[in-house]
Design a protein around this ligand. Structure first.
Ligand code: SF4
Ligand code: SF4
Length: 353
């Protein structure tokens, strides 16, 4: 695959050239944290930022999205007819997403585009987007991507991967979309492919945190589900939902109608399995009516159900956001270690007593 050299002195000019073909998005500082947003004219992505507070999943899966709208006006001949809300699916490019967040899109893709079901809202935005990654040469203390099926130079889900080399970037072209973007930016100078390989090895060596998952697939679902450690793990959880909102691989949403006067919209909004009303039925019955059940669902989904359903590893890319931002320090690495080391035989014996 081709590697290109981009002088940093020419970066701003290239970003402006890309505006002629793409809506641009990238990480920018907002007060004391950073998030992805659309880049205004003259604005460039802040590529020295480590992980953003929220992942870039909102760029293809907005936190609130209007799906349809309708009129409730009796004088309107289209009264009560749901129509797809107008959308902008013009080409867009995300500059500077981290490899873990790109890999997360690949995992989420399995949910939103499979043999049974295609989600047009997610897919249309995803397909309209070119993803330009930025390798992680200075990972956070909480990053554990290398044991979560990912890595600081991981390429899955990316069209182009940038590596910061001081006075220039190296850019590895991964897909045709990446090649087309490089052409539009005017990036044509050959780069040093070996320098990129060396940087990748050095970056991997800096990831010291890890997650244990090797026994999860072999362990019995009911053994894990019925284990007594969930009481301890869930004790301090306050069901705030932070872990799910910051997570690039969490995809749950709720659909609601909202009416203003004679107009109505059908929205979908992010939801969280950690919220008490997430599973409330219209009868009032709630099958997950305790925080133990809700917390167990989150970790069983990420570390067991997803593993068994897709055989593609865990539903976590090791970005570390939930570890950093959980207000009571519940840590997926410790939870996975506890699950992974379940002594299933003894557990069954105790249960059978
Ligand atoms: S962030 Fe922590 S406290 Fe909040 S719902 Fe998640 S596990 Fe519970
Ligand atoms: S579970 Fe936590 S560490 Fe894993 S991808 Fe989600 S936010 Fe990142």
């Amino acid at each position: 695959m081709k590697v290109i050299k981009i002088d940093k002195a020419e970066w701003t000019q290239a970003v402006e050239a890309l505006r002629e073909s793409f809506r641009l998005f990238g990480p920018v500082r907002q007060r004391d944290y950073a998030n992805f947003k659309e880049l205004a004219t003259g604005e460039t992505p802040e590529l020295e930022i480590q992980n953003t507070r929220l992942s870039p999943k909102s760029l293809v899966f907005p936190q609130s999205e209007t799906m349809m709208d309708y009129s409730l006006d009796k004088e309107d001949e289209e009264q009560g007819i749901c129509k797809e809300a107008p959308k902008d699916y013009s080409p867009r490019a995300v500059l500077g997403l981290r490899p873990c967040d790109a890999k997360a899109m690949v995992l989420v893709h399995m949910n939103f585009d499979n043999g049974d079901y295609q989600d047009p809202y997610w897919l249309n935005l995803y397909n309209a987007t070119t993803f330009v990654g930025l390798a992680c040469d200075t990972p956070c203390r909480t990053c554990f991507c290398t044991t979560a099926g990912c890595g600081p130079y991981h390429e899955e889900g990316l069209d182009l991967l940038l590596s910061d080399q001081g006075d220039h970037y190296l850019a590895k072209v991964i897909t045709d979309k990446g090649e087309a973007l490089a052409d539009k930016a005017g990036w044509t100078t050959d780069g040093d492919a070996k320098a990129m390989v060396d940087a990748s090895a050095a970056a991997e060596g800096k990831i010291t945190a890890s997650i244990e998952t090797d026994r999860l697939q072999a362990l019995g679902t009911l053994d894990l589900h019925g284990a007594d450690f969930w009481e301890d793990i869930s004790f301090s959880c306050i069901n705030c939902g932070t872990c799910t909102f910051v997570c690039p691989t969490c995809w749950c949403f709720d659909i609601q109608d909202e009416v203003y006067g004679k107009k109505g919209v059908r929205m979908r909004n992010w939801d969280s399995c950690m919220f008490p009303i997430f599973t409330v039925h219209t009868t009032g019955h709630n099958p997950r009516d305790t925080k133990l059940a809700r917390l167990r669902q989150r970790f069983m989904h990420k570390l067991k159900y997803f593993v068994d359903k897709y055989d593609k590893g865990i539903m976590c890319v090791g970005c570390g956001r939930c570890v950093q931002q959980c207000p009571v320090n519940i840590d997926i690495r410790k939870v996975s270690q506890t699950m992974n080391s379940l002594d299933a035989e003894n557990f069954c014996a105790v249960q059978g007593e």
